[in-house]
Design a binder for this molecule. Sequence first.
Ligand SMILES: Nc1ncnc2c1ncn2[C@@H]1O[C@H](COP(=O)(O)OP(=O)(O)OP(=O)(O)O)[C@@H](O)[C@H]1O
Length: 603
Amino acid sequence: MTISRLMKIKDSAQHAAIAIAAALGVEVAVIDTDCILVATSKGYVEGKGAQIHRPYIETVLKEKVIICHNPGNFPLCAGCRFEGNCPEKAEVLCAIDMDGEMIGVITMIAFNNEQRNKLLENTGPLLEFIREMGELLIGKIREREAMERMTEAHRLIETTLDSVNDGIITFDWKGKVTHANKVACRLLGVKSASLVGAFIDNLLPGKNLLETVRSGRTIQRQEYISSGANPVHCLISVKPIYMGEQVTGAVLSLSDFRDVRSVVYEFAGMKGNTTFDAIIGASEQITELKRQAMQIARSDSTILIQAESGTGKELFARAIHSASPRAKGSFVAINCAAIPETLLESELFGYEEGAFTGAKRGGKPGKFELADGGTLFLDEIGDMPLHLQAKLLRVLQERQVERVGGTRNVSIDVRIIAATHQDLETKVQTGEFRSDLFYRLNVIPLIIPPLRERKSDIMVLSKYFLKKYNQKLRKKIQGFTYEAAEVLQQYHWPGNVRELENAIEYAVNVENGTHISATSLPKRVLGLSSKPLCSSTPLAERVKRYELNQIMDALRRYGAGVSGKQMAARELGISVPTLYRKIKNLKGCGEEFIESDKLFSQS
Ligand SMILES: Nc1ncnc2c1ncn2[C@@H]1O[C@H](COP(=O)(O)OP(=O)(O)OP(=O)(O)O)[C@@H](O)[C@H]1O
C-alpha cells in the first residue's frame, strides 16, 4: 500500500494539530484519504480513540465541509461505535483541497460545552483558520515532493552517468571537480573521493581545460596521452555549461582510446574474423601447419612466418589472431616493403603534431598503438631498413613506443607476427638484417611450403575457388576436365595460391562449358600453348614438356640472368652450355609461351 501524501508529512501535521488546538481551545485531528489518523491533539485520542468512522470522512471528502451539532445522532453516525452515545459535543470538519484533489480532512472537536460554544459560535472564522492550516500542510507536501523529485532526478543522473561507457566529469567555474562517474575514476586511475574537489588542470595537465571552458570554447574528441605512474590514453571532449550568458562550469567526457579503436575496427570490418577454416588444403604439410598454428595461437609469443609470396602468410596470421585470446582486439597489418622508407617510421610508431612538414594537427597514432590489445602483422619484414630495425627492436624490448617528434612513451600491449618471403638468415649473414632482431622475431618460426611442394592441395584449392567464383559470377561450372586438372597440377605456381585463385577466376570467366577445360586456363599456366597434354600426347613430347617445366622452374627461382642460369644449371646437374642448348631446342615446342615469358628473353 502506498503511503498517503499527508502521512509523508506526519511530523508537520502533528505540530499543526497541536498548534491549532492550543490556539483555538478545541481538539483537532488530521485524517488522510485512507481514513487513518495522521495527527491529533492530546484530548482527541483520550476522548475517542484512534479509530475513524470511515463513511463520515468519505462524505467530508466529497462535500468539503460538514458541521455536526449533535454527534452520535447525526445521520452520518449510523454504524459508528459511538452511535447514540458519542463523547463529542460538536464537530466541524473541513477537507484539505490540494489543486482540486481532496487529500484529507482537518477536524475540530468539542468534548465539553465550553468548547462547543466556541466552535459553533465562531464556525466561519474557525473554518477559515483551518483552511489556512491546510494550506500550510499543502506547502509542506509540495516541498517534500519537490525534494523527492530532486533526489530521484539526482539518482537517475548518477545511475545514467555510471551506466555509460564513457568517463564523465563535471567541474565548476573555478575548475573544481563537482562530479565524476565510475568510468572516469577508472580511466584516470583514481578513487572517486580524490577526484571530487580536485583541480581539473591538475587531473589532465597540458590541455588548459579551465581556460578553454571559461572562454566558452569546446573541445571535440581530442587525443589525450599522459605517461607516468598512471598512464592515460583517452579521447576527450569538453562542453561548457551555461546559466544564461554566463559559463558556470563544464562537462568533460573521456573515452578509452582502446574502446574507440575497437568500435572503429568493428564497424570498419577490421576485427579479426578469419578462422583456420578459411585455410583450405588437405596436404599433410598444411594440416600439420594448421595444427601447429592453432596451438601457438594461444600464447603471446612472437611468430615469424617465412614463405613465398601468395602462400597465405597473412591468412595464417589473421587466423592465429582470431584464435588467440586477443581476438577481441584489432588485427593491424603493415607491409614494410610497400611503404616508402621515409614514411615507414611514422606509420609504425606515429607522430606528434609538428613533427615534420605536413604532419596532421594533433599528431597521429602509429600501427603499434592502433594494434594495442591486438596483433600487429609486420609483412615483408626483410625489407625494413636497418635504422628502423634498431627502433623496432627497442619497442619490442621495452613494450613502449615514442612517436616521431615526441618525448612521451606510450605503453603498448601487442602481439607481433612478422612475415617475409626472403631468407632472413642469409640476410643476417650479409649484414642486411640485424641478428638480434631476427632472434627476437623468430621465437616461433612457421614455414609455409610453396604450392608446388604440396601438390595434393592444388585440386582441393581449385575446387574451392571454382565454387567461390561460380557464386560470384553466377555460373554453374561443375568441375575440371581431366586435361585441365593435369595442367593445373603440372604448373609450378610461382605466385602460389594467389596465382591459382586468379587463374581459376580467369577460367570461370572465359569458360562456356560445363567443366573448366585446359584451354580456358591462362596461357601462362597452360604453358605449352594450344597443345595441352592429353592421353594421346606422345611420350617424347611429355618428356620434353617435363624438361621445359623443370628448366623454367629453376630459372624463375634463380633468375634468367647469367648468374641465374649458372645456378639453375648447377641445380639441374647440367652444364651452362647444355642449358642454353636445351632452352633453344625447347623453344620449338613452346614458342608462344616462351616468347611471352620475360625470363627467357632476358638472357
Ligand atoms: N590455404 C589457403 N586457402 C585459401 N585461400 C588461400 C590460402 N592460401 C592463400 N590463400 C589466398 O591467397 C591470397 C594470398 O594470400 P596471403 O595474402 O595470405 O598470402 P601472403 O603469403 O601473405 O602473400 P604476400 O607475401 O604476397 O603478401 C589471398 O587471397 C588468400 O586468401
